[in-house]
Design a protein around this ligand. Structure first.
Ligand code: SF4
Length: 99
């Protein structure tokens, strides 16, 4: 999103879905054992205590694989809801829309 400035709160970092290209890129960077596959065959980054395993939480959170992170992480957020990029705001807005 143009003109979006990430504040590094880390609240969007919950087990993103992985494409084959994401997996290949992360493996080429030397990582392994990071994939969780659901019973439909979809691949996700594993979590650790409900957060992405690569998130380093803090006042300014950071990503251990920033240079090779999944495409969805690079694209987030695609929109802001009431000026916020927090997933809970986005989910709440969708809930209202579907009523
Ligand atoms: S890969 Fe990095 S940016 Fe993506 S969810 Fe994990 S910590 Fe966040």
């Amino acid at each position: 999103m143009k003109n979006f400035k990430c504040k590094r709160c880390g609240q969007c970092c919950h087990s993103p879905r992985l494409s084959k290209q994401d997996i290949s890129r992360i493996e080429k960077a030397g990582y392994e054992g990071f994939i969780y596959t659901d019973n439909l065959g979809n691949n996700y980054l594993k979590d650790k205590n409900r957060w992405c395993m690569f998130l380093v939480r803090g006042k300014k959170s950071s990503c251990k694989i920033h240079g090779v992170r999944p495409k969805i992480c690079r694209q987030y957020p695609s929109e802001l809801i009431h000026g916020s990029c927090k997933p809970v705001e986005l989910a709440f807005d969708k809930f209202i829309e579907n009523k």
